[in-house]
Design a protein around this ligand. Structure first.
Ligand code: SAM
Ligand code: DTB
Ligand code: SF4
Length: 343
């Protein structure tokens, strides 16, 4: 009796045990497919036949977004040039000899006039960029005022001011900041080839403090800097595997500026750029994927493919920070041709 009783009990323990293991495995797999991507899995996306990749990205896109809506932000460089960092792509680094003229922090009224113009032109978000390694407290104060006033105009606010120190993210939140842009730029193992004056971990620390302050994260990178495909995938893995992926993921195509170390880098195949957008869409289904720098030199057919691949955000207005962007009229015409509406 005891024996018969014991056996089934033992069996049931064994079965339960294996069931638990299966459940655990299934659960791990689910987590993995939900928010853990290996670099190899992302490389496999890049390697798909182009039409299959477009179909998969477009399917994910339609499951999560209005397929014909594109969010529109306008950028303003509120403090230009003279930056102490050595980012190899950047025309604003003091150490490189580019045509960028250094300019001090803009006056509040001038910033507000630019924000009003952006709003009149249909932008929903206004992004203020400063060429700082990290803002000093005396520099942050006037920026907080700009943020509060731009917000009061009914625009979403975004800022990109470099690394943040203890307490600064909270001050930005308090002023009304909706998004903070801080890019990881590339895969960890390629980072040191591009920037030596700060580390990947420095960037991650600032992103953590932005999250902690409950500000939306805008974080992406630059491609076409001479990185390998697995490094493009590596950047996306970093972003997609964050505890919460960024709400906004700017994918910049390197704008090559004379005088910067990366000027003269071999140009990226445009289809590789589109593949990167598609892989970003698939790995970060709920993030806005921003087709960022590089549009000025991009054929409108390639831009249309980027929208099909799941890009649903752009910078609008004739200038990015220091370099050009398509004319507003050109973008309006492109949206009309493609049946896209701004959001
Ligand atoms: N200084 C701050 C920082 O580095 O975080 C904010 C401004 S910085 C110019 C903002 C971002 O612009 C950089 O992180 C980089 O990803 C992008 N960027 C700068 N120069 C670029 C270029 N030539 N081509 C494409 N993207 C560029
Ligand atoms: C981002 O990822 N791209 C924008 C924005 N964030 C600040 C900046 C692009 C800068 C391109 C070079 C320039 O205009 O200076
Ligand atoms: Fe400075 Fe930002 Fe340019 Fe780097 S990207 S040199 S931190 S302005």
């Amino acid at each position: 009796m005891l024996e018969t009783n014991q056996k089934p009990a033992q069996e049931s323990i064994i079965n339960l045990d294996s069931l638990n293991k299966d459940a655990l495995k299934a659960c791990k797999n689910e987590t993995k497919s939900a928010n853990r991507w290996t670099v190899a899995e992302i490389v496999a996306l890049f390697e798909m036949p182009f039409s299959d990749l477009m179909h998969r990205a477009q399917t994910v896109h339609r499951e999560n977004f209005d397929p014909n809506g594109v969010q529109v932000s306008t950028l303003l460089s509120i403090k230009t040039g003279g930056c102490s960092e050595d980012c190899g792509y950047c025309p604003q680094a003091a150490r490189y000899h580019t045509d960028v003229e250094n300019e001090p922090l803009m006056q509040l009224d001038d910033v507000l006039a630019a924000a009003q113009e952006a709003k009149n032109n249909g932008a929903s978000r206004f992004c203020m960029g400063a060429a700082w390694r990290s803002p000093k407290q005396k520099d942050l104060e006037p920026v907080l005022k700009m943020i509060a006033e731009v917000k009061a105009m009914g625009l979403e606010t975004c800022a990109t001011l470099g690394m943040l120190k203890e307490g600064q993210a909270a001050q930005l939140k308090e002023a009304g900041l909706d998004y903070y842009n801080h890019n990881l730029d590339t895969a960890p193992e390629f980072y040191g080839d591009v920037i030596t004056t700060r580390t990947y971990q420095d960037r991650l620390d600032t992103l953590d403090s932005v999250r902690e302050a409950d500000i939306n994260v805008c974080c992406g990178g630059i491609i076409g800097m001479g990185e390998a495909r697995h490094q493009r995938a590596g950047l996306l893995a970093q972003l997609a595997n964050m505890e919460r992926p960024p709400e906004s993921v700017p994918i910049n195509l390197l704008t090559q500026v004379e005088g910067t170390p990366l000027h003269g880098t071999e140009e990226l195949d445009p289809f590789e750029f589109v593949r990167t957008i598609a892989a970003a869409r698939i790995t970060m289904p709920q993030s806005y994927v921003r087709l960022s720098a590089g549009r000025q030199s991009m054929h409108e057919g390639i831009q249309a493919l980027c929208f099909i691949a799941g890009a649903n955000s752009i910078f609008y207005g004739e200038k990015l920070l220091t370099t050009g962007n398509p004319e507003a009229e050109t973008d309006k015409a492109l949206f009309a041709k493609l049946g896209i509406h701004p959001i």
